[in-house]
Structure formats: C-alpha cells, structure tokens
Design a protein around this ligand. Structure first.
Ligand code: HGA
Length: 610
C-alpha cells in the first residue's frame, strides 16, 4: 500500500526519492508524485502511471533539488487521478505554493475540516481527505513548520503518516505518525523519512522507528522528535540490513511464482535454529504467560485470518485450549466479553496491518495484556507492540497475493501449538519429537508437491474460461479451501467461494451445474468417507470435480472427477501441503487469463489503511 519518501540533503535527492518509490512499488498503488524545493519555489510532478513514467517526467522537466517528498498513492478518498495524487500543495495565494504534503492513511474528520477551511477561503483541487491537512497547516503556519505541525495534528482524527515541507524553510522536512508506519533514516549531514526502511536501503541503514503520536523535525544535521505528550524523546537507532525489494526474478515469470517455489527454503529458514520445542521460541516470558492463560483469541485479516482458523483446529486438538479467531476489523468495533486470561495472538505478514494493530490495541484496552504476534518483519509495529513474538523467515514477499508468508505463518502457529501443549502438559515427549521430525521434513515434502506444477497447469487452462468456482474442504482443510478461493479471486478475478463440504446441501448445492468447477481438498484423514459422499452429491448434479487427493486415499479419475495425487497423507501438517497446489492453480489460471498477477487490480500489499 502507499508509500512515502522524504529527504533533506546537500545533494540532488531526486534519485533517492525515485529509488525509494521504486522499492515500495510492489505494494500496489494507482498514482505517484514528487515535490521538490527548486530555486525558491515548490515544484511537483504527478502521474497516474508507474514510477518509471514519473521518473521520465522528472528528467523531462529537469527537476533536481536538495529537499523534497515523494509518494505512491492507493486511493481511499477520490479517484485515482492526477489531481488527487500526492503531494498536495497549499498557500497558492501569490501564485506560488508554500506547503507541500504527502499522507498515508485516512483522515476521518476531513468533511468537518474542509467546511471550516472553505469558510476561510480555501479552494480545494482534489477530492482527497489529504488536501485538508495541507490547507490546515498553511492556515496555522507561524513561521515554524515543526511547531505548526504539532498544532495541526491535534485537529486530525484518523490515521496518518505525514511528510511536509515549506517554501519558507527549505532545509527542513517535518513528519508525524499516528496509526500508519513512518521511519527516519539518519545520514551524514542529511536525513530521510520513509514509510518503510526498505525505501531507504542503499541510502542509509541507520533507522529510527517512530511511534504513534510522534512528530518529527528533520534538518541537515538534526533530528528532533516530540512524543504524543509533547515531550522531546530519544528513540533507539537500529541498524537495518534492508534487503533489496527488487529481487531478481530468476527463471520465474512473476514474483508470485518465485515465492511459491521459495516455500521449501522459507519453511526451512523459519525452522532453522529450532532444536527442540520450548516456549522460549516466543520470548523470555512465554512460559509464565502460557501457564497463566486459559484461552486464545486470534486476530487477523485476509490470508492471515485463514492461518488463524487453521491454528484453531491444531490448538484445540493438540493443546486442548479453546480458541476464538476473529477478523480484526470486526473485533475492534464490536462489544465483546474480555477475558484477562486470554492469549491474544495477532498474525500479520508486514506487522503494519492497520486493522490488526487497532484490534490489538482494542484488546489491550479491554485488559488483555498477554499478547503474541506471528509476523514476518522483526522491526514492525506489531512486534514492538506485543510482549511475545515469533518471526517467520519468509523473506520479503513482493507478490500482493500472499503465499510463502502464509505457509511460514502456519509453521509458526504449529510451533505455538506444540509449545502450548508442552506447558499445559498435554503432549508426550515422543509425540513432540515426532511432530518436530515431520516439521523438519516439510521442505522436502513441499518440493514434492511443487513438482505437480505441469498437471496443475493443465487444469488451470480449463479453469481460465470459468467465471465461478467452488472450493470444498472439511475439518482443518476448510480454512485451506477458504484460502484457495481467496487466492483465485485475488489474482484471476474468477468468483470463488469456499464451503465446509458438509454445508453443500444447506444452500450452495443450488449453484452446482456442469458449468461449476468444484475444487476439493481430499486428504486421507478421518473425514475422507464423509467427503466422498459430498463429492457424489456434486457429481449427481453434473458438477465437475477437481480433487487434490492423497496418494493413499483411493480416489480415482473418472468421468467428471479429475484427480491429482498428492504425496502420502501428512497428518496434522497436511493443511500446509494442500495449500501449495491451490496457489499454483490460481497462479496459472491468472496467467492464462492474462491478469497482472503480482499487482492485482484494486489491491495493495501491507494494508496500512483501515
Ligand atoms: N487517504 C489518502 C491516502 C491514501 C493512502 O494512504 N493510501 O494507501 C488518499 O486517498 O489520497
């Protein structure tokens, strides 16, 4: 999702701004722009094309400057059009703008502020919520931009990361953070702001992670932070070895395909250094906290929510602790009954998912202090906000549709299951050792499933002409069916729904005709006979079944029943293996349909707005 880069330096910063935007591009955006201080004036260029086009425009206009800000926008208020793209200007009274501003997030009281500013004579060029902040700052401006921003943010409701500069103070960029990520990059007589340290890779590795409520003053040789109480504050400087987002595609056509094939490595890395199961894998206090809790509340969104649903089956069956899994954006706004003995588990690839962060804060405000996150980014807000954590080692995920982040989350959640079972005395040493052995074998087992790609491609050809699909699973494979349907929707735009197979007859069977492909996850577990009956119900209505069956499950190809054989049944870890063919099916169906696989329409990576 949208990105911010800002800089004050004594050299031309346009290449740094453009490079920063390019590094954030993979997150999805619909327009971009840059503003610079050039010869006493603020100049900007904006585009609804890619950052490469913006770069060309910058060259064409011969733009260069020492101070500036840049943005990739994922529209929330106002269409993705040039006049809505950031940076926004204010103070054009004498023809020359005074304030330039970029914003990530949503200002909830923008209507009220707009009315107020209109009454003061401000004219609005855009339909964005952002433009009100630019005019508000211009209206309050007293010659000191930092002081002005501190005053301005007091009027804002909602979420924001801001970078602002002013024609009258050319060696200064100021910023603020509330609910949307923002970092400072420290240089030698130059300083930077960005929505993610990744944007500054190659420019500086000295990073300060700002906290909610921080307002920041960035000058050439000074960085000054005021916290939410208005007090000056020192924040720790981290040395961040940021990885290059624009990683090589290698032999792959898309990042998504590359990331699907990286899963043996990602799962292997996530398990690296784990010699035995111990609560310490989640932090020093984990033993004490796991002892104290009597239930679990998992909060997440999208694919991470489905990882949470899978974990419910594992935890309740192995650790015998009751689990509730909730969509973060629902939980944060509903009346719930808090239990201080809950372990609140958040799951987020980026660790910056706005809804999940807000849900976590909500849970804490209700007195639930035991918090744990499963996250792919060590330096994220989620990791900072939770007492315990488990960092997956998927590596940077560039494809918007999550693949390796999901399977490594499942690995983290299975380890959590075992650690909880151990602390609660609900698992024998032998069983624990047995599960650990299966986990260690996962990379090899995943590689064997990846080898099925050619067969899955043949199925994808037939899928590509469909507009609807059903996914069926039972038990702990039902969340995997949900994830499979989500993946197909996201990247191929084929409408897909997932059901627990036993639910078919309660409604969705009405949709089944010879035109409806029905993808079925059929592991050889205790539910297989029930599932076979559900499959017959589909066949009896002419539905075409595409079945992923374990080698030992005795389901054979027949008319209307296409079967791909997976390796032998993988016990409790089977959901991880059954995820892989569904990823490949969606990926290849999308390729046949010619969609933009890594940047599906309307979607963005790291969903940092509500
Ligand atoms: N609300 C602003 C910024 C959107 C944003 O943060 N996108 O990721 C707008 O619509 O321009």
């Amino acid at each position: 999702m949208c990105g911010i880069v800002g800089a004050v330096a004594q050299r031309d910063i346009t290449p740094i701004l453009v490079e920063g935007l390019k590094r954030l591009e993979y997150r999805g955006y619909d327009s971009c722009g840059v503003a610079l201080y050039i010869n006493g004036q603020l100049k900007r260029t904006r585009s609804t094309q890619r950052v490469a086009e913006l770069e060309a425009l910058i060259k064409e206009d011969n733009f260069s400057g020492f101070t500036g800000i840049a943005h990739t926008r994922w529209a929330t208020h106002g269409a993705p059009a040039t006049h809505n793209a950031h940076p926004h200007f204010s103070g054009q009274d004498k023809g020359e703008p005074r304030i330039a501003l970029v914003h990530n997030g949503i200002i909830e009281n923008h209507d009220e502020l707009r009315d107020e500013l209109k009454a003061l004579g401000y004219a609005f060029e855009s339909q964005t919520d952002t433009e009100v902040i630019a005019h508000l700052i211009n209206h309050l401006y007293n010659g000191d931009l930092f002081e002005t921003l501190q005053q301005a943010v007091r009027r804002l409701e909602g979420a924001y990361a801001l970078a602002v500069f002013c024609r009258d103070e050319p060696h200064r960029v100021v910023g603020a953070r509330q609910g949307s990520p923002l970092v400072v990059g420290l240089g030698n007589n130059e300083n930077f702001l960005a929505s993610d340290a990744l944007a500054l890779a190659g420019t500086t590795d000295q990073i300060i992670y700002l906290e909610d409520g921080d307002v920041i003053d960035l000058q050439l040789s000074k960085v000054w932070i005021i916290d939410s109480h208005g007090k000056p504050v020192e924040r720790r400087v981290h040395t961040v070895h940021a990885h290059t987002a624009a990683a090589d595609l290698g032999p792959y056509r898309h990042y998504m395909q590359k990331e699907i094939f990286e899963q043996p490595r990602a799962v292997g890395d996530t398990l690296q250094d784990i010699d035995n199961i111990t609560p310490d894998l989640f932090g020093d206090d984990a033993y004490k906290i796991f002892k104290d809790i009597d239930n679990i509340l998992i909060l997440a969104c999208g694919t991470s929510f489905y990882a949470g649903l899978t974990a419910k089956y594992w935890i309740e069956s192995i650790a015998r602790i009751p689990v509730n899994v909730e969509i973060a954006s629902e939980y944060r706004y509903r009346d719930s009954v808090p239990n201080p003995k809950s372990l609140v588990v958040t799951i987020s690839q980026s660790g910056e998912t706005a809804d999940t962060l807000a849900a976590l804060k909500h849970a804490r405000s209700l007195g639930m202090e035991h918090t744990l996150t499963i996250c792919n980014v060590q330096t994220s807000a989620m990791v900072r906000e939770c007492k315990l954590n488990f960092i997956t080692r998927a590596g940077v995920e560039i494809g918007v549709a999550s693949t390796k982040a999901f399977t490594t989350q499942l690995v983290g959640l299975f380890l959590l299951t075992l650690a909880l079972a151990q602390v609660k005395g609900r698992i024998s040493e032998e069983k624990e050792a047995d599960y650990l052995k299966q986990l260690r074998h996962l990379p090899t087992a995943i590689s064997a499933v990846l080898a099925l790609e050619p067969q899955i491609m043949a199925w994808a050809d037939r899928f590509a002409s469909k507009e609807n699909a059903l996914f069926l699973g039972r038990g702990m494979h039902y969340p995997i069916a949900l994830e499979g349907a989500l993946k197909l929707k996201e990247i191929s735009y084929i409408h897909a729904e997932a059901y627990p197979a036993g639910e078919l007859k309660h409604g969705p069977l009405a949709l089944v005709t010879e035109h409806m492909p029905v993808v079925t996850i059929a592991p050889n577990d205790e539910l297989i006979e029930k599932l076979k009956s559900n499959m017959q119900e589909v066949r009896a209505r002419g539905g075409e079944l595409y079945v992923f069956a374990d080698n030992d499950s005795k389901i054979v190809n027949s008319e209307g029943m296409h079967v791909i054989r997976m390796p032998e049944h993988y016990g409790k870890l089977s959901p991880i293996l059954h995820t892989i063919p569904l990823q490949l099916l969606s990926y290849h169906a999308a390729c046949v349909r010619g969609t933009d696989v890594d940047k599906p329409r309307n979607l963005a990576k790291s969903v940092t707005v509500e």
